[in-house]
Ligand binder design. Structure first.
Ligand code: NAD
Ligand code: MG
Length: 394
C-alpha cells in the first residue's frame, strides 16, 4: 500500500535524512507536503524530485521566490504559519515533525488532529507542551513515535515489556564539542567551535545544544512527557562513543540497552517502518573492532542545564514552555556573540527565577494560549537578561 507522507522541516538535517530513506523506496510513498524555511531552492528541488502536492516555506516574504522555483511543475506553493497549519491538515498517513524549536508545536498539534502517525523529532514541542501534545494524540486516535535517537532506543527497549516493571531509564549523552575541554577554556568558546559535534552530523542549533547539554536537558523532559516516567527514574550517562543510545532497567535487574551507529536514519527508519522492521541503510556495528565502550557520570558544574531540567520537571505546568523559550533566546544570543557559551545557562536560570517569582509557572492544566503567552513572556525576559549582560558576555 502506498503511504502518503508529509515532512515538516524537510530542508533540515532530519528532513533530508527522511527524504533520503523515502527516496530509496519511491514506489512505497506519495509525498503530500514538504515544508522549509529560508532554503527555498532546496525545498523546490525536493518537491520537484518527489512530486509533492505542495511546498510551503515558513517565511511569508519568500512566497514569490518559491512560486518562481516551482513554475511549470504543477506543485502548489504557499508560505507562512497559516499555510503550515493547512499543510498539516492535508490527509497523510505519516507526518514527520522536524521543524527546529517551539515553532514545531502548532503544526504538530494540527497533524495529530487528523489522527495520523506523527514521527516526532521536534522535541521542543514535548518540552513546551507535552501534556497537550499527548492528550491531543489520544483524543484523536493518533500515534506519536519518537525520532530522537535516545527516545527511539527507549521505545524499542520497552517494546513487549510491562511498563509497570520499569525501574529506570538511562539516556546517554556524547558530551558534545567541549566534553574534554578544561572548564576555564569554556568562557572563550565560539559558536563555530560549539557547532562541531564529535559523533553526530546535525543541525547547527541542536549541535550547540549538545555542547551545553541543553539538548540532553530537553531530552530528560522529553523522556518524562513521552513515556510518563517519573523524573527520579530518569538518568543521564555520558558515553563518548555514542553507540549505546539508551538503556531501560527492569525490576528484576535486567538492563536492556539499544545500540546503533550515530546515524539518525536508524531512528527515522524505525518510525517509518513501525510497527514492522524494514531495511535501513545504516552502518552495521562491528563491536569486536570497536573493542570498548566507556561511560561516566555527567558533571553538573560543567553542564548546569541538567540541573535546570530537573527543576523544570519538578515545577511542571508551564515551566517547560518557559525553559525552552528562554533556551532558544539564550542560544540566539550566543550565536550572535551577545553572550558567552557558559552564560546561556545563567540567562535561562534567571528567566526561570523571575517568572517563578511572578507566579504562574507551574499552573496546570494548560492550553495552547497559555503556552504561547508563557513562551512569549520567557523570550521577552530572556532578551532583557541578555541586554543586562556585561560586554564580556559572561
Ligand atoms: P535543522 O536546523 O537542520 O532544520 C530545521 C528545519 O526547520 C528546516 O527545514 C528549517 O527550514 C525549518 N524551520 C526553522 N525554523 C522554522 C520556523 N520558525 N518555522 C517553520 N520551519 C522552521 O534542524 P535539525 O537538526 O534537522 O532538527 C530538527 C528537529 O529535530 C529539532 O527539534 C531537533 O531537536 C530534532 N532532532 C534532530 C536531530 C539531528 O540529528 N539533527 C536528532 C534528534 C532530534
Ligand atoms: Mg537525541
Amino acid at each position: 500500500m502506498v503511504r502518503r507522507v508529509t515532512i515538516f522541516g524537510a530542508t533540515g538535517s532530519i528532513g533530508q535524512s527522511t527524504l533520503d530513506l523515502i527516496g530509496r523506496a519511491p514506489d512505497r510513498y506519495r509525498v503530500v507536503a514538504l515544508t522549509g524555511g529560508a532554503n527555498v531552492a532546496r525545498l523546490a528541488a525536493d518537491a520537484r524530485r518527489t512530486r509533492a502536492e505542495i511546498a510551503v516555506t515558513a517565511q511569508e516574504d519568500r512566497l514569490d521566490e518559491l512560486r518562481d522555483a516551482l513554475a511549470g511543475s504543477g506543485i502548489a506553493a504557499a508560505a507562512g504559519p497559516a499555510a503550515l497549519l493547512e499543510a498539516a491538515e492535508r490527509p497523510a498517513d505519516w507526518i514527520m515533525s522536524a521543524i527546529v524549536g517551539a515553532a514545531g508545536l502548532a503544526p504538530g498539534l494540527a497533524a495529530l488532529r487528523q489522527g495520523t502517525t506523527l514521527a516526532l523529532a521536534n522535541k521542543e514541542s514535548l518540552v513546551t507542551a507535552g501534556p497537550l501534545l499527548m492528550d491531543t494524540a489520544r483524543a484523536h486516535g493518533a500515534t506519536v513515535l519518537p525520532v530522537d535517537s535516545e527516545h527511539s532506543a527507549v521505545f524499542q527497549a520497552l517494546t513487549g515489556e510491562d511498563p509497570g516493571a520499569v525501574e529506570r531509564v538511562i539516556i546517554t549523552a556524547s558530551g558534545g564539542a567541549f566534553r574534554d575541554w578544561p572548564l576555564e577554556a569554556l568562557a572563550g568558546a565560539t559558536p563555530e567551535q560549539a557547532a562541531c559535534h564529535p559523533n553526530w552530523d546535525m543541525g547547527q542549533r541542536i549541535t550547540i545544544d549538545s555542547a551545553s547539554m541543553f539538548n540532553k536537558s530537553l531530552e530528560l523532559i522529553e523522556t518524562k512527557e513521552f513515556f510518563g516516567i517519573s523524573p527520579d527514574r530518569i538518568e543521564v550517562l555520558v558515553h563518548p562513543e555514542s553507540l549505546v543510545h539508551a538503556l531501560v532497567g527492569y525490576r528484576d535487574g535486567g538492563l536492556m540497552a539499544h545500540l546503533g551507529p550515530p546515524d539518525m536514519r536508524h531512528a527515522i527508519g524505525y518510525a517509518l517502518n513501525w510497527p514492522e522492521r524494514g531495511d535501513v541503510p545504516v552502518e552495521r556495528l562491528d563491536l569486536a573492532r570497536i573493542g570498548s565502550l566507556t561511560f561516566r557520570p555527567p558533571d553538573e558544574v560543567r553542564w548546569p542545564a541538567l540541573r535546570l531540567a530537573r527543576e523544570v520537571m519538578q515545577t511542571g505546568g508551564l515551566a517547560g514552555a518557559a525553559f525552552n523559550a528562554a533556551k532558544e533566546i539564550a542560544l540566539d544570543g550566543f550565536i550572535a556573540r551577545r553572550i558567552g557559551f557558559q552564560r546561556m545557562a545563567g540567562v535561562v536560570e534567571e528567566v526561570l527565577t523571575r517568572l517563578s517569582a511572578d507566579g504562574g509557572l507551574g499552573i496546570a492544566p494548560f492550553d495552547l494560549d497559555n503556552v504561547a503567552q508563557m513562551d512569549h513572556l520567557a523570550r521577552v525576559r530572556a532578551w532583557e537578561v541578555i541586554a543586562g549582560t556585561d560586554a564580556r558576555g559572561t
